[in-house]
Design a protein around this ligand. Structure first.
Ligand code: 13P
Ligand code: SF4
Length: 305
């Protein structure tokens, strides 16, 4: 079956099942094309709560579908590929967080949304790339000791931006921390000296130093929207660059060629069609983990209003 037939089949099933399709910015272009909403982790979590449709197909990775389930427990949230996980999220386990809390009983524990529900259940508050500085800054202003997990690069960026010290975690995203390097960004800058460099805060400090703007995927889209600059070096996963090419055909975007999150690319049109046809794979979170993790997510929502 070709791409057009599959897309038609999905749109037909979506209507029949009154479903909503949420798609992360790193998904394949053909998956982005069938999105009801295409966005970053924060926006998609919000969209899941705002819809009155009770069936949601979440095209992203496991922790994203889990967050949607936590925030909208009455809805059925489907992840088309059950194995689509996030290696950064795997850098923290609930046992590790419990041990760290014993070591730092005075600290407020802030978890990146890229964590499992079981880890979220052990922390005080969650944040995303879009609101990390706001949330960490909120507790810094209160004079609290802060432990941020699991992304060491985002923690280093927040330390530098807010002028504070954070208890950090040895976690990283292999796409931003390994596949993206300062050398590769320098080569792009050399070939495109007029381009503005925008980088995701999951990239290491030596990469962020080369960027004019450091922000999450939603922030990158906003930066392009609000600027007339025609050339951009976009230092993040390639799915976002696919989106920018499509939405701004008259501007030029350069990315790091192999900065591909293979977990994000597991979702295909076939897997979405199957998810809608067979109502698979429903993501659930058992109690008491769900209530505790929901509290940490809701705290983020309150602080981000
Ligand atoms: P955003 O929330 O910025 O879209 O990032 C999610 C992610 O997984 C980054 O690697
Ligand atoms: Fe996880 Fe990195 Fe993939 Fe984002 S790009 S989902 S942080 S592995």
């Amino acid at each position: 079956m070709n791409r057009n037939d599959l897309t038609e089949q999905i749109l037909h099933l979506k209507k029949e099942r009154n479903a909503l399709i949420l798609v992360h910015n790193y998904q394949r272009p053909e998956v982005q094309a069938i999105a009801d909403y295409l966005g970053d982790s924060l926006d998609l979590a919000r969209r899941a709560t705002q819809t009155d449709r009770s069936l949601i197909v979440f095209c992203g990775v496991h922790f994203m579908a889990e967050s949607a389930t936590l925030l909208s427990p009455e809805k059925i949230i489907l992840l088309p590929v059950l194995d689509a996980g996030c290696p950064l999220a795997d850098c923290a386990t609930p046992e590790m967080v419990r041990a760290a809390r014993l070591q730092h009983p005075e600290a407020v524990f802030i978890a990146y949304i890229n964590t499992s529900a079981a880890v979220k259940a052990e922390v005080d508050v969650v944040c995303t790339s879009a609101n990390a500085l706001k949330i960490i800054g909120h507790y810094a202003k209160e004079g609290r000791t802060i432990c941020y997990l699991p992304d060491k690069n985002l923690a280093a960026f927040a330390e530098q931006k807010l002028g504070i010290k954070i208890i950090t975690w040895p976690g990283q995203c292999y796409v931003h921390d390994r596949l993206i390097t300062a050398e590769k960004v320098k080569i792009l800058k050399h070939s495109h000296p007029d381009a503005v460099v925008v980088a995701h805060p999951e990239a290491p400090p030596e990469v962020l130093q080369l960027a004019e703007i450091v922000t999450g995927t939603a922030g990158m889209l906003k930066a392009v929207e609000h600027s007339r600059t025609s050339e951009w070096i976009v230092v993040t996963e390639t799915g976002l660059i696919d989106r920018l090419h499509r939405e701004y055909p008259n501007r030029r975007f350069y990315g790091i060629e192999n900065a591909i999150c293979s977990q994000m690319k597991l979702t295909t049109l076939i897997s979405i069609r199957d998810a809608l046809e067979k109502t698979q794979h429903r993501i659930t979170v058992p109690e008491p983990v769900a209530s505790k993790a929901r509290q940490a997510l809701n705290r983020m929502m309150e602080l981000t209003l």
